[in-house]
Design a protein around this ligand. Structure first.
Ligand code: SF4
Ligand code: F3S
Ligand code: FES
Length: 248
């Protein structure tokens, strides 16, 4: 059954903005992005919103819904009480361009600075057969759709703009892990991960894992193993504490 949804949407640009209240008719089974599209079509034709697939696969429609980083196209309205006002705001960690659209180029800059996969130069095609265990390990990390919700939620940069130059963030920690766990990669990136990309700043809050729409175990399967690999050569107080707690 349809009903009138109370929707509060942030409107503005880099100079500032405010929350604006709307009432939007919605149908059973719809998602937040449907309501935003109907709002755009009927009441706010200039509302800026980024989206593409509407299937949770392109990573474009990231926003904060009632303060929680989520994909708008994968957030069902049935999650909320029909009487409740749903508040949709842009991702807080990145600069606003307009309304719900943010400038996520921070992430593209970080991506460029991670040295790429480097197999042995003399390896002939077909010479090496990947083991299934190695395939599965990196496959989890390759499910990333680059929605950057994990980057958005991480307090290291969410609350501290000044940390951005020295911290790559959880999305790129899984990239480091994927490369480091690849049996054919020859490059040692651990020093860079520690010194330039700040894995030591991560204090394992696991907020990144909680918001990942692909269910990637970012903290357990990528960050902690990479912290352990880094600590084998460098001191990291968080990993040391974690090891102590874990050991019998
Ligand atoms: Fe999004 Fe998950 Fe990839 Fe982070 S790791 S960018 S939350 S899909
Ligand atoms: Fe940030 Fe995830 Fe670590 S949210 S602090 S990178 S566990
Ligand atoms: Fe593609 Fe939401 S529109 S993930």
């Amino acid at each position: 059954m349809g009903y009138d949804l109370k929707l509060r949407v942030w409107r503005g640009d880099e100079n500032g903005g405010r929350l604006v209240d709307f009432t939007v008719p919605v149908e059973e089974g719809e998602v937040v992005l449907d309501a935003i599209h109907r709002l755009q079509a009927t009441q706010a034709g200039d509302l800026a919103v980024r989206w593409n697939c509407k299937a949770g696969k392109c990573g474009s429609c990231s926003a904060e819904i009632n303060g929680k980083p989520r994909l708008m196209c994968m957030t069902r309205l049935s999650l909320f009480d029909p009487q409740e006002t749903i508040t949709v705001t842009p991702m807080r960690t990145f600069p606003v361009i307009r309304d719900l659209v943010t400038d996520v180029s921070f992430n593209y800059e970080k991506a460029k600075s991670v040295p790429p996969f480097t197999p042995p130069a003399d390896l002939a095609p077909g010479e090496y057969r990947m083991q299934q265990v190695d395939v599965e390990r990196s496959q989890e990390f390759r499910k990333c759709i680059e929605c950057f919700l994990c980057q958005d939620v991480c307090h290291v940069i969410r609350d501290h703009e000044e940390n951005k130059p020295r911290f790559a963030g959880p999305r790129f920690f899984i990239r480091y892990a994927e490369l480091d766990m690849h049996p054919l990669d020859t490059l040692d990136r651990k020093q860079q991960l520690r010194e330039e990309h700040g894995i030591g700043f991560c204090n394992i809050t696991k907020c990144c894992t909680e918001v990942c729409p692909e269910g990637i175990k970012i903290t357990d399967n990528a960050i902690i193993p990479m912290k352990e690999r880094v600590v084998d050569t460098h001191y990291d107080p968080v990993t040391r504490l974690f090891r102590k707690v874990r050991s019998p």
